[in-house]
Ligand binder design. Structure first.
Ligand SMILES: *Cc1c(COP(=O)(O)O)cnc(C)c1O
Length: 466
């Protein structure tokens, strides 16, 4: 399988190259040159497979010749063996129509583990083929950081530098990163928002001085391998609910558009999906883009669902490219306008292409809180604020009564226990697998958002590529 950039000027790469590169050299994002397709019979034959076996089948066409099938299977069993639930992503029922897909049974309590446990193993697999060193530079709104650090802590050929917006993530989120004291883990709190941190990371990828000295890798969802791993649970949920013979709708709490884009890819591969509901909080750029064609970034408003406090959604570019006729030159032009003016209009082709599968909703804090209460009152499920945004959007969406609607539960409620307690009066306990998080020593440095100070910090600590 070959991977091409959304901006048309970077060289095409194989799966190994795209995984290690992260961002393309022209500033674009890598996508497979074409979507692999499964027939309805192929999909039906996947029913009942263990999750790791299903993952192997779904990932195989994307991985191509980069990893042999038996080795890929071993990596999938190793990655998903670390989950605390045998089903890996169990499905729960609220009522006749509403379902919940729990994606938070990994080591760090958010859905990011589903992709990052796999990505950590892929990095190690590829790096072990030479003595290359990878310097991962990432930005986190809370959950990517802890999941990525868990996945690569202590590995010899990797250093990880993780930027988080100071004071804008929950204490559980911060401690899950800063109490990992392995020498290859470097946590940095910066002034500003997640968007500022993400912009710094993108600039470092495009900084030829840095990129020449270090092999800089990505763990954010700009890395294609992350999205690939997330396609699997759309298949898993659909197969349990009668797919492929029956269509299913999904409601996805959305920030950087990675998770819901994986659902779009599942549909391109042949999975019958009725609709993908993009649920945002008051940081609603995606809702405005999908409902009115207006992709314009405002200021980020901090909320009780911090992992969605994002205005610039990196992966939206992948959708616009795919729906807009896969024209790299036009995409580069459109993104240049956005980078200059912080605003752009979707083309008619992009709007029409997206409207076939996507709808969207902006969920305010009152509705988020009442969704948390409804989940508990109706089914005894304690859900986190992000999941509640998805659930509210699912319940107000107009979907035919015979179509199941699956809300993706993106985080364990204990990760955001203060917000859950404010809404429901219940304080969810941290599961045992996170250990004595609040007794451990924390280690991190604070920097201003200034690019040069961050680049100097990385340069002073990273290993040069050979
Ligand atoms: C990352 C995250 C999201 C947003 O996912 P995207 O792929 O960035 O759209 C939603 N909820 C939680 C809990 C997250 O960690």
């Amino acid at each position: 399988m070959e991977y091409i950039s959304t901006r048309g000027r970077a060289p095409a790469l194989d799966f190994e190259g795209a995984t290690l590169a992260g961002l393309a050299s022209d500033g674009g994002l890598y996508l497979p040159r074409e979507w692999p397709r499964f027939s309805q019979a192929d999909i039906a034959a996947m029913a009942g497979l263990p999750y790791a076996e299903l993952a192997t089948r779904i990932m195989l066409p994307f991985v191509g010749n980069s990893i042999k099938p038996d080795r890929l299977r071993e990596l999938c069993f190793a990655a998903y063996g670390r989950f605390s639930h045998a089903a890996v992503t169990p499905l729960k029922q609220f009522d006749e129509q509403q379902w919940l897909l729990e994606l938070f049974h990994g080591p760090t309590l958010a859905f990011k583990d589903v992709a990052l446990q796999m990505l950590g193993l892929l990095f190690e697999e590829f790096l072990s083929r030479s003595d290359a060193h990878l310097t991962i530079v990432g930005a986190t709104s809370g959950d990517t950081g802890s999941a990525a650090i868990d996945a690569v802590a202590g590995r010899d050929q990797i250093d990880i530098f993780m930027l988080h917006p100071k004071g804008r993530i929950s204490d559980v989120q911060r401690r899950q990163m800063t109490t990992v004291l392995a020498p290859n883990v470097h946590n940095i709190a910066i002034e500003g928002s997640f968007d500022d941190a993400q912009a710094t990371v993108k600039r470092m990828f495009n900084d030829s001085a840095m990129n020449g000295r270090y092999r800089i890798g990505a763990v954010n969802s700009i890395n294609w391998a992350r999205l690939m791993a997330q396609i699997v649970y759309y298949f898993a949920a659909s197969l349990q609910l009668g797919g492929p013979a029956r269509k299913v709708a999904f409601s996805v709490p959305t920030g950087n558009f990675g998770d819901v884009f994986a659902g779009y890819v599942a549909a391109q591969m042949g999975l019958p999906i009725e609709r993908l509901i993009v649920a945002t909080n008051v940081n609603d750029i995606l809702h405005r883009a999908l409902s009115e064609g207006d992709y314009s970034a405002g200021e980020v408003t901090p909320t009780a669902a911090p992992s969605m406090d994002i205005q610039v959604s990196s992966n939206f570019e992948r959708l616009l490219f795919d729906c807009g006729g896969r024209d790299g030159a036009a995409m580069a032009e459109q993104m240049a306008v956005f980078e200059r003016e912080k605003a752009m209009r979707l083309t008619n082709a992009q709007r029409d292409g997206a409207s076939g599968l996507f709808s969207s909703a902006r969920v305010n804090p009152d509705d988020m809180n009442s969704a948390m209460r409804w989940a508990n009152d109706s089914a005894g499920e304690v859900i986190d604020p992000h999941t509640a945004i998805g659930l509210h959007a699912a319940r107000i969406a107009e979907v035919a009564a015979d179509i199941p609607v699956v809300t993706l539960a993106t985080a364990h409620p204990a990760k955001f226990r203060d917000a859950v307690e404010r809404a429901t009066g219940i304080r969810p306990a941290l599961p045992q697998r996170v250990g004595d998080l609040f007794a451990r020593e924390e280690r991190y440095d604070e920097l201003t958002g200034d690019y040069d100070s961050i680049a100097n910090y990385v340069a002073g600590r990273a290993t040069e590529s050979s």
